[in-house]
Design a protein around this ligand. Structure first.
Ligand code: HBI
Length: 354
């Protein structure tokens, strides 16, 4: 198939501002290319995406959905890159288009195209306007929505959740090297923003005495300044936003990855990446991570918000066999497995559209 992928409008690919969607888009493109499909990506100007045909579109980036009020009206700034990317989409020959933005416009435009447009939704329910357009779209295009986990789909309510195709996620296992003997260091990886709960991980580091290796893009600078005031040691822990190769080189030698979301994490790409390196995951038992981590086998699940529980889990982490973590990644998150799930979803939409 000729597959067009239209990226998130919150920032260029490679900037880290798109968070998990950046990794998801790259892995989705690779997985489908490996199955012989032709991929074309449209993304904001300044995007970098190796080995995939890319069209960069200039324009004003979209405000983060998670910073909006739930009942907020849809806003699109003048000269918005979102609208321009979909104008660009009309100029390309494609059999099916995959939207990776968590935004109202591509969902609304779906019936206006004479070829199928499908949507891989990257976050849980955040905005009434998105929930509403999803339900309306599903009424006429029942297979066009995919999500990463059942827990994420559940946040939209039963009516939407039962019509959603759950495709998980996937990564290039060759890019992650297993580590048998860790250093006495904890890891935290993610966009540095309030909803990711970095301060809980820093508290655990203090309570257990282990340093915390922090990696990720600073998506909210004022929040980062607050964190550094409350935890001066955070500045020394921060490794920056690293490309996958460097990120996994830092992650793989850690004792455990702490996943401390203050929102419903749709999937948690970092969970997949840690397991691929053999790093056990200690996570709040909510959202995607609760569905991915095998409690007591590849990590520990802790009551959301229970920081003391996280610290106790760190003391138990040596009971986890790191090889089982790598094995889970090989079984569930390979590009082959992800590609099969994606292709099945795409074919479902191709056939219904003919
Ligand atoms: N907000 N408006 C908007 N659009 C997106 O595509 C978007 C977002 N916030 C976060 C985000 N995408 C990604 O970082 C997560 O989906 C992973």
């Amino acid at each position: 198939m000729r597959i067009l992928c239209v990226s998130t409008p919150v920032g260029p690919l490679g900037s880290g501002l798109g968070g998990g969607v950046e990794l998801t888009l790259r892995n989705l493109a690779t997985a489908l290319q490996q199955r012989g499909h032709a991929i074309q990506v449209i993304a904001p100007a300044g995007s970098v995406l190796p080995d995939v045909p890319l069209v960069e579109v200039p324009g004003v980036c979209q405000p983060f959905a998670q910073n909006q009020q739930r009942e907020a009206a849809i806003t699109m700034p003048a000269g918005n890159v979102l609208g321009r990317m979909w104008w660009e989409a009309r100029r390309h020959p494609w059999d099916i288009a995959i939207n990776l933005a968590y935004d109202w416009l591509p969902l609304y435009l779906t019936p206006f195209f004479d070829r199928p447009v499908v949507h891989l939704v990257s976050m849980g329910s955040l905005l009434a306007a998105i929930d509403t357009i999803l339900a309306e779209l599903l009424a006429t295009h029942p297979h066009c929505i995919a999500m990463h986990t059942r827990a994420q789909a559940a946040t939209f309510g039963e009516a939407i959740a039962q019509q959603v195709t759950v495709v998980g996620n996937g990564l290039d296992l060759n890019a992650y090297t297993f580590c048998e003997q860790p250093e006495p260091v904890l890891a935290w990886v993610g966009r540095i923003a309030p909803e990711k709960g970095l301060t809980d991980a820093l508290t655990v580091a203090r309570q257990t005495g282990y340093p915390l290796r922090i990696m990720g893009a600073i998506a909210d600078r004022s929040y980062w300044q607050q964190v550094c005031q409350q935890f001066p040691e955070a500045l020394g822990y921060y490794q920056g936003f690293l490309p996958t190769t460097e990120m996994q080189a830092q992650l793989r030698t850690c004792l455990a990855l702490l996943v401390t979301p203050h929102w419903v994490e749709a999937f948690g790409n970092v969970v997949m990446e840690a397991l691929a390196c053999g790093v056990p995951v200690i996570a709040y038992a909510s959202g995607g991570p609760a569905e991915l981590v095998r409690h007591g086998e590849t990590g520990w699940l802790v009551t959301p918000g229970d920081v003391a529980g996280l610290a106790m889990a760190v003391e138990q982490v040596r009971r986890i066999d790191r090889r089982r973590c790598r094995q889970q990644a090989e079984q569930e998150f390979s590009l082959t497995a992800f590609g099969q799930r994606l292709e099945q979803w795409l074919h479902q939409n191709l056939s219904t559209s003919q």
